[in-house]
Design a protein around this ligand. Structure first.
Ligand code: NJP
Length: 235
């Protein structure tokens, strides 16, 4: 098993939802967690708990993405794990989507993943090790009405990660993609914690445990893909 103690891990989208749960669980395993999001107050509250670093950044911005990796290397001297979790989504009939809303989803979900990986991969290659975990979605593997923009962005993010997996494998770098079903978070302006969602959704901590599982795989094992659903959700 890979021991996460003292491993340096960047987690994007850590201010709430799935990313926050991943950051808390990795910190509990002894990792040095660099939490990334745009909301300073939430990051402050989180880093108080994780005793790690918080970096306010917009992952869709190339300078910000570069800064996240550079600042991590400056503070900790290395990077072991990159969790590309930050993502946004909304659902509508195609003709009601604005081009700006399309761009927001692609900029965050696809370009954000690309930019963070682009910033981290040279360091991973130099060390001949590193682990990238992407939080995609089960809708990277199926289509649904009202999902033209979000679904397309998740298919594209999945393709970025799958292509990168093949590129970096010979360098000893792992890429794992997680495909969750419904998760009870703040996603798409929802409020988590309802009695209904408790029956129908995964908890953020369930996804965090999946991330822990792929990260703790022995050095010679890579979990390429992992899909999880609430038992009540049809797949
Ligand atoms: O959503 P939410 P989730 N730069 O809204 C951050 C996927 N997923 O945890 O910047 C940096 O609670 C945002 O922080 P802030 C989904 O596609 C979900 O559910 O402060 N950070 C916040 O921390 C996504 O990839 C479900 O606003 C940015 C976080 O992202 C991932 O799970 C199902 C940012 C979003 O927290 C986490 O989403 C599924 C930016 N530009 C896949 N933009 C589900 N919930 O049902 C956003 O299959 N963030």
């Amino acid at each position: 098993m890979t021991d996460l103690t003292d491993q340096v891990a960047i987690v994007s989208g850590a201010s709430r939802g799935i990313g926050r749960a991943i950051a808390l669980l990795l910190a509990l395993q002894g990792a040095k967690v660099v939490a990334v999001a745009r909301s300073q107050a939430e990051l402050n509250e989180l880093t108080h708990k994780t005793q790690g670093l918080g970096i306010v950044a917009d992952i869709a911005d190339e300078e910000d993405a570069r800064h996240v990796v550079a600042e991590t290397l400056r503070q900790f001297g290395r990077l072991d794990i990159l969790v590309c979790n930050a993502g946004v989504g909304s659902f509508n009939e195609l003709e009601h989507f604005s081009a700006a809303e399309w761009d927001r989803m692609f900029d965050t979900n696809v370009k954000g993943t690309f930019l963070l990986c682009k910033a981290a991969v040279p360091h991973f290659k130099a060390r001949k090790r590193g682990h990238i975990v992407g939080i995609a979605s089960d809708v990277a593997r199926r289509t649904f009405a009202h999902g033209t923009a979000y679904g397309a962005s998740k298919f594209a993010q999945d393709a970025v990660l799958a292509s990168l997996r093949k590129e970096v494998r010979p360098h000893g770098i792992k890429v794992s993609t997680i495909y969750p079903g419904l998760v009870d978070t703040y996603f798409n302006d929802t409020t988590p914690g309802s009695a209904e969602a408790e029956k129908t959704h995964l908890r953020p901590a369930d996804v965090a445990q999946a991330v822990r599982y792929v990260l703790e795989a022995p050095a010679h094992v890579v979990v390429d893909e992992l899909m999880l659903h609430p038992l009540t959700q049809e797949w």
